[in-house]
Design a protein. Structure first.
Length: 304
């Protein structure tokens, strides 16, 4: 059943979520710190809110998808914040990739407002989300999840409930490790092949034809031939997620050696001035370290 939904954060992923809800017949009131991004969705039927509080006010379900913990804290607090707008019995589904402990810390103020918190995460890119092929993870009290489940399934039909609050964030962080480490392995293999005289395109096709080519590599691997104008997930965001994984590993005494190396390579990629590209640009960092004169735009040789 369609209902009123508040949406806080209308960046790359948040905008797709809002559009899917609008297409499902929901009344969506959305807020974004950069108002122009919210205005772009007005033509699709979005009601543009001036504050997070206004977006949350009156909504049975509120979703948030923000860059990091600092952005989330800013959107939550104060008289104009999300917490001030939560109505009694509302459910807030927090979808940002943040530390699980930070998600758990939100529970008390949400309860104080008479509302309920669901910890969530989206597995997938904007493309898979637009196609309805993304997966939403959710955790928290079962009743709260049940109240928000219909809205979540309108965002992505595949929804997985993981139990206790914080588990969805933990699973998202654990899953994102695989993106970085797979891309590192692909990059090293491609550079080794290219330095041996094999054309990068031929090497990539061989990699993607094998059983070890995951769906993620299938759609992101071609970026090593021609980077997209708009990143699906840029280097800085990936490096942030790996830092979350390393912090969690330190707390749990879990060694994450490939995560640590991948994180160092992402920092090197940023230092090379490539941080604004999709994370697949790590290939070019590895290639430059190996002495290849390459440029992220279509793999062309770098020119002065």
């Amino acid at each position: 059943m369609a209902s009123a939904v508040g949406m806080i954060g209308l960046g790359v992923m948040g905008a797709v979520i809002a559009r899917r809800l609008l297409r499902s017949g929901h009344e969506v009131r959305g807020y974004n710190r950069t108002t122009a991004k919210a205005q772009e969705l007005a033509a699709d039927g979005l009601q543009v809110a001036r504050t997070p509080r206004e977006a949350a006010d009156g909504a049975a379900v509120v979703l948030s998808m923000l860059t990091d913990g600092a952005a989330l804290h800013s959107a939550c607090q104060g008289d104009d914040g999300l917490l001030a707008g939560l109505r009694s019995a509302a459910v807030w589904v927090e979808l940002s990739t943040i530390d699980p402990e930070a998600a758990r810390a939100l529970d008390a103020p949400v309860r104080a407002a008479g509302a309920r918190l669901v910890d969530g995460a989206v597995l997938g890119s904007t493309g898979t989300l637009e196609q309805g092929k993304a997966v939403i993870l959710a955790s928290g009290e079962a009743d709260a999840f049940g109240a928000a489940e219909g809205v979540l399934r309108d965002v992505a039909p595949a929804v997985r409930y993981l139990g206790a609050l914080g588990n969805a964030k933990t699973m998202k962080i654990a899953a994102n490790i695989s993106i970085a480490t797979q891309l590192m392995a692909l990059s090293e293999g491609l550079v080794l092949a290219e330095r041996s005289g094999i054309a990068r395109k031929d090497a990539l096709e061989a990699f993607l034809a094998g059983a070890f080519a995951s769906p993620m590599l299938a759609y992101r691997g071609p970026f090593v031939l021609d980077m997209p104008e708009q990143p699906l997930f840029d280097v800085g965001m990936m490096e942030k997620d790996l830092r979350l994984a390393l912090d969690l590993g330190n707390r749990l005494n879990v060694p994450l050696p490939t995560t640590a190396v991948s994180n160092e390579m992402l920092k090197a990629t940023q230092a090379m001035g490539l941080g604004h590209y999709d994370v697949a640009v790590v290939f070019y960092a590895v290639a430059r370290m190996a002495g290849l004169d390459v440029h992220p735009e279509g793999g062309r040789p770098a020119r002065e």
